[in-house]
Design a protein around this ligand. Structure first.
Ligand code: NAP
Length: 271
């Protein structure tokens, strides 16, 4: 799908590196097909040493060489990056932005007319190739280009297309979601320690339990409630634990957390 093509990265931080690692380890791209520019020379040295990708001394060079350009910089610097890039996009590469809160409208307004753009919300488990990414396409994106973008993000986990109007909810759910699960895990590990388990034992048991539960949902296709009922016997241990969680309003807290994060994403997008 990407034979003979160069994919350029502007920004080689956490997310940029996760994508580069996933694309190379999944053999979607060869290292020589990836060209990166980061303002930090140390980041480019690192990426070159570890993944053998090609460093570029400026964003114009990446733009000129690339058929697909991935913008992996923080939202605050995006308008400056787009100003730098704009004069170098006459060949109309596919521009993919992973910056939180930057709309397709704002992105397209900073690109040359008809330049195809895709907005993506990935999440940090992409670092271990288990990310969940949602993609929204702009108006000039062809089916082939969308297929290519999906293939790029599937290299670091799962990817689905969503309407852009859902992006704030996606940000509040799966973008911020790893933090919610990590907080629950931290609480469970402490609970294990409270009950006398050594911390490393509690940590490994909790992490594997989280992983296993997620895989059961994905692999059986069953509703989480059905899987929960399977381990909740009448008068047993699990129902005692669940009754405490229900009394504490864990479900309601999760709903309010996702709602609050979604509203914050909407606010940030309006700035
Ligand atoms: N991490 C997440 O959970 C997550 C989830 C979804 C989406 N995202 C999005 O992914 C994007 C990247 O996040 P990240 O966590 O990878 O950030 P990061 O680790 O800070 O990486 C961004 C890199 O780009 C560099 N940079 C800044 N300005 C540049 C320029 N003009 N040209 C080239 N490189 C430049 C930064 O250097 P300096 O450090 O010197 O600025 C940094 O090395 C963000 O827009 C974020 O919204 C992140």
């Amino acid at each position: 799908m990407f034979e003979g093509k160069t994919i350029g990265f502007i920004g080689g931080g956490n997310m940029g590196e996760a994508l580069i690692r996933g694309l190379i380890s999944a053999s979607v791209l060869l290292p020589e097909q990836i060209c990166v520019h980061d303002v930090l020379a140390s980041r480019m040295d690192h990426l070159h040493k570890v993944y053998s990708v090609r460093p570029a001394s400026n964003s114009a060079q990446v733009a000129a060489e690339s058929g697909i350009l991935i913008l992996a910089v923080k939202p605050q610097v995006m308008s400056r990056v787009l100003d730098e890039l704009r004069p170098h996009l006459d060949h109309r590469p596919l521009v993919i932005s992973i910056a939180a809160g930057i709309s397709l409208e704002a992105l397209s307004a900073s690109l040359p007319p008809d330049c195809p753009a895709i907005r993506v919300m990935p999440n940090t488990p992409a670092l271990v190739l288990e990310g969940a990414s949602a993609l929204s396409r702009g108006s000039h994106v062809t089916t082939d280009q969308m297929d290519q973008a999906m293939a790029l993000f599937r290299a670091v986990g799962s990817a689905m297309e969503v309407e852009e109007k859902w992006m704030d909810a996606v940000t509040g759910l799966s973008g911020s979601g790893p933090a919610y699960f990590l907080l629950l895990m931290e609480g469970m590990i402490d609970a294990g320690v409270l009950m006398g388990l050594p911390r490393p034992v509690a940590r490994d048991l909790v992490a594997q339990t989280a992983l296993g539960s997620a895989r059961m949902v994905l692999e059986t296709g069953k509703h989480p409630a059905e899987l929960k009922d399977m381990i909740t016997s009448p008068g047993g241990t699990t129902i005692r634990g669940l009754s405490v969680m229900e009394a504490a309003g864990v479900r309601g807290s999760l709903m309010r957390a996702v709602e609050a994060a979604t509203l914050r994403s909407q606010e940030l997008g309006k700035r």
